[in-house]
Design a protein around this ligand. Structure first.
Ligand code: ZN
Length: 383
């Protein structure tokens, strides 16, 4: 699971994880550093709400659980800053490449990428054992900038996890499954993308009209959300677009039969592919109850970034961004329709009077394309 995307909600660690040997100075916050009006006496009970798997139960400051949550938050934060540093570096390389392309559009984008993520302001909330991204400048060019793609994916994921849980709460007979729809590889990206996008549109139209005409294989999906991912086939090097879909279907559905029906229908629509894979979410396979961490760990597959930056050359990425400019790569229907798109790429903020410690990072260039984020200011007493 690409931790880059889950970071905002699921965290990779766990409350029981031991201290690592890594330096923790960057986020070394202690309860006594909080605001003067918010004395943090031991035994203040906190009901944390944002980091499933880490801070999902009542925490008491001074207790082992609180300490574990604090350590987990610190480690998660450090990993996150490191990841953002790598993403920012690729973004800067992309900006440099665009500057050499030299067209007015490319130069404009190079400037946007150049100023993206130059600083990041986090706020650590000692009483909540949480650290949130509070302010930053983002270019929002998700198809070119991995940093913005990571942030948008994380925010989308958080929103869809909440909606999925809401629907499952109202309709407990539903469970989450994942569809993967593929079309035949081809040398032309736009051709393959349009082919896949059209087949999805037809599938969803048939699903909508299922009650009026022949039943659609998608009919059991009472809610769904999908995203299109672009990559090159490992062997052929040809373009390999595919769609990941989370679908809420009745728990009693026979998935093998469901997959066979989806394949038949997909073959009829695409005329060149019957590659459809259906699998239940892990929590379903294990017979567990749905919760935020369980949903997020599989849903991340749908809301990870659309372009595999690490597997694409800068020229390839620029080509894909131009061809796919203005095209929708995500969609939803039924009970998952209407989840609002994130307006900004920051973390959801906590209430204003919650005391915090400001952590301001700036990106420092290093030799040979290295560098990363360095703490420019921290350990302040703010509110
Ligand atoms: Zn950006």
């Amino acid at each position: 699971m690409p931790s880059a995307v889950v970071e905002a909600v699921a965290g990779g660690g766990g409350a029981g994880r031991k201290r690592s040997g890594r330096p923790a100075a960057a986020v070394a916050v202690a309860p006594h550093l909080i605001h003067r009006n918010k004395s943090c006496a031991p035994a203040v009970e906190l009901l944390a709400d944002a980091s499933p798997g880490v801070v999902s139960q009542e925490l008491v400051v001074g207790s082992d659980k609180w300490e574990a949550a604090t350590v987990a938050d610190r480690e998660r934060h450090q990993e996150r800053v490191q990841r953002y540093g790598l993403a920012h570096r690729r973004s800067q390389l992309m900006g440099g490449y665009l500057a050499t392309v030299g067209t007015p559009r490319a130069v404009e984008l190079a400037a946007a990428l150049g100023s993206c993520g130059t600083y990041l302001e986090f706020r650590n909330y000692p009483r909540l054992a949480r650290t949130r991204l509070h302010a930053a400048r983002f270019c929002q060019r998700d198809k070119l900038c991995p940093l913005c793609a990571i942030r948008r994916g994380a925010k989308r994921l958080r929103r869809y996890v909440a909606r999925v849980l809401e629907v499952l709460g109202e309709r407990p007979h539903l469970v989450c499954v994942m569809y993967t729809h593929t079309v035949k590889n081809g040398p032309e990206l736009l051709d393959r993308f349009e082919h896949l996008a059209r087949a999805l549109r037809v599938s969803l139209m048939r699903r909508r009209q299922s009650h009026r005409r022949r039943p659609s294989a998608w009919a059991p999906a009472l809610g769904l959300a999908y995203s299109i991912e672009i990559k090159r086939g490992a062997g052929s090097g040809e373009h390999h677009p595919h769609a990941h879909t989370v679908a809420l279907v009745p728990a009693c559905l026979d998935l093998a039969e469901h997959q066979a029906e989806l394949r038949r229908e997909w073959r009829g629509i695409t005329a060149d592919s019957q590659q459809v894979h259906v699998r239940a979410f892990d929590y379903v396979l294990k017979g567990l109850a749905a919760n935020e961490a369980a949903i997020a760990s599989d849903l991340v597959e749908v809301f990870k970034y659309a372009l595999k930056f690490s597997e694409m050359s800068l020229a390839d990425c620029w080509n894909a961004a131009q061809l796919l400019h203005g095209r929708r790569l995500v969609g939803s229907a039924g009970a998952l329709y209407g989840v609002p798109e994130p307006e900004d790429l920051l973390d959801d903020q906590v209430q204003e009077d919650e005391p915090f410690v400001q952590l301001l990072y700036r990106h420092v260039a290093g030799g040979w394309g290295g560098g990363g984020y360095e703490l420019a200011q921290g350990l302040g007493v703010m509110s």
